[in-house]
Design a protein around this ligand. Structure first.
Ligand code: 5AD
Ligand code: SF4
Length: 467
């Protein structure tokens, strides 16, 4: 095991990244065996699970929908907040019982929690029945680990930050129409509350030629939409010599002619005018931007290490709104950062009132061991934080509903991607602005972009018809 020392992570050297092109193992070694994968957390984890599933199916494994039917259970974990951690250990308890009934069942824990020293120590002490723990830096080595698994607990966690592994199109993608495409890994921002720079390592960009090849290949296979993925996509290319920046990459991805291009997540710091111009100019770059605010108070933003002020954020927000026609903007907000006062919180509400977001993911601050904020004293009781979250959510929901009402009676281009869960006569899909729409239409329209008339607007979704 080779975990980074969290206290030293900020001093990482900037030596150049090595690109390693690998051919994943293909064999029938595990033919007939079943796997179940449970994914927690962000889109990055969802996409990592697509890679893990692809690697397993190359070995002969078949997927099942329930853990009870599996010979191999994988928990792809998230470390961003304490409740993600609690859910994983709750699920592990159930898996332990399954192991009592099926001695051959193998249990694997991977993802961000595996990169935390304290979690690995907890596993060694309390959960030695797990067969394998591997981290976020060595997913591509999973076939090798499975072929050579020793009895007992195997720990394969690395702080292998110097490499970008290109594994080719080994992903078992969840959708045939929309695809995630990693453009970079890791994060160098070190927001003081955030564990990601420790669990995902330093910023490493993929080469643009590899990204563009992947997008072209997806287009060829009939994919209609790609979402470019990174913890902080604006930083794309800064670690590469002689390659594009994010504005250049966006323009090049748009030039492949794929019908829809999206990206997450962009930090408000370093969101360049060039980026805004490319988004405004290219019709196939969708007018939807997730722009995390975190707090509206300059004092808290400084303590969070966010590198912008309330006014700078609002200026950027207004620039995007005025340049990108009909842009929808969503955000992330944390309430209850250590010693957040009522005045600080009111500054956050003020930004929400000014921006009238299309939607917001709101969280109560959760201390993460090893981060600078976790060492700060905090005098704000939990009930005050909960009450602030409640007040914030009321306003956020009001604006999300208000924005949705504007769609009533309009015709929207909706990419139809699945059968509606509530009503199997309907398909669901997304507008260009990322609004979820349930659509009464012929199922033959699946995978197409349809003109949909919006017949009803609710707080979190729209209903529509193809006429
Ligand atoms: N506590 C609460 N929320 C957090 N986030 C990141 N770290 C924490 C934390 N320690 C939130 C931020 C981020 C989103 C993905 O999760 O709002 O943008
Ligand atoms: Fe975490 Fe900040 Fe990096 Fe986002 S930009 S992943 S919040 S450190």
């Amino acid at each position: 095991m080779n975990l980074p020392d969290m206290s030293k992570a900020k001093m990482r050297n900037k030596e150049s990244v090595e690109f390693i092109y690998t051919n994943p193992l293909v064999t029938n070694e595990f033919s007939g065996q079943k796997y179940f994968i449970k994914t927690y957390g962000c889109q990055m984890n969802v996409h990592d699970s697509e890679e893990i599933s692809g690697l397993l199916e190359n070995l002969g494994f078949e997927s099942v929908d329930h853990e009870n039917d599996a010979d191999l259970i994988i928990l792809n974990t998230c470390a961003i907040r304490e409740n993600a951690h609690d859910k994983v250990f709750g699920f592990l308890g159930r898996c332990k019982h399954l192991k009592k009934d099926n001695k051959n069942l193998k249990l694997i824990l991977c993802g961000c929690m595996a990169q935390e020293r304290s979690v690995v120590d907890e596993i060694i002490k309390k959960h030695p029945y797990i067969d394998l723990v591997f981290g976020t830096h060595n997913i591509h080595e999973l076939p090798n680990y499975l072929m050579n698994l020793d009895s007992g607990l195997n720990i394969e966690v690395k702080s292998n930050e110097g490499n970008v592994f290109e594994v080719g199109e080994t992903f078992k993608r969840d959708s045939r129409y929309v695809a995630w495409v990693n453009i970079m890994y890791g994060c160098d921002k070190f927001c003081t509350y955030c564990i990601v720079p420790f669990t995902r390592g330093k910023e490493r960009s993929r080469r643009s030629k590899d990204i563009l090849r992947e997008v072209a290949c997806l287009k060829e296979k009939g994919y209609k939409e790609v979402t470019l993925l990174g913890q902080n996509v604006n930083a794309y290319g800064r670690d590469l010599e002689d390659d594009m920046d994010f504005a250049g990459l966006l323009a090049s991805v748009a030039a492949t002619g794929i019908e829809r291009v999206r990206f997450v997540t962009s930090h408000p710091w370093n969101f360049t005018d060039e980026m805004i111009e490319v988004i405004a100019k290219e019709d196939n770059i969708m007018p939807y931007i997730h722009l995390p605010l975190q707090s509206g108070s300059d004092r808290i933003l400084k303590l969070m290490g966010r590198r912008y002020t309330k006014d700078e954020y609002l200026e950027l927000y207004n620039k995007i709104k005025s340049r990108v026609k009909n842009a929808a903007i969503t955000t992330d907000i944390i309430v209850g950062f250590p010693n957040e006062t009522e005045e600080d919180f009111l500054e956050t509400l003020d930004v929400v009132q000014k921006c009238q977001y299309d939607g917001a993911f709101t969280f109560i601050y959760s201390p993460r061991e090893g981060t600078p904020a976790a060492k700060m004293d905090d005098s704000i009781p939990l009930n005050v934080k909960e009450e602030r979250l409640h007040r914030l959510n009321e306003i956020v929901n009001k604006y999300s509903n208000m924005n949705n009402q504007k769609y009533l009676g309009t015709t929207q281009k909706v990419l139809l991607v699945g059968i509606s869960e509530k009503d199997s006569n309907k398909l669901y899909g997304y507008t260009e602005t990322m609004k979820l729409v349930n659509v009464k239409c012929d199922h033959d329209l699946m995978g197409t972009i349809a003109d949909v008339v919006i017949t009803e607007a609710k707080s979190f979704s729209l209903d529509g018809e193809v006429r």
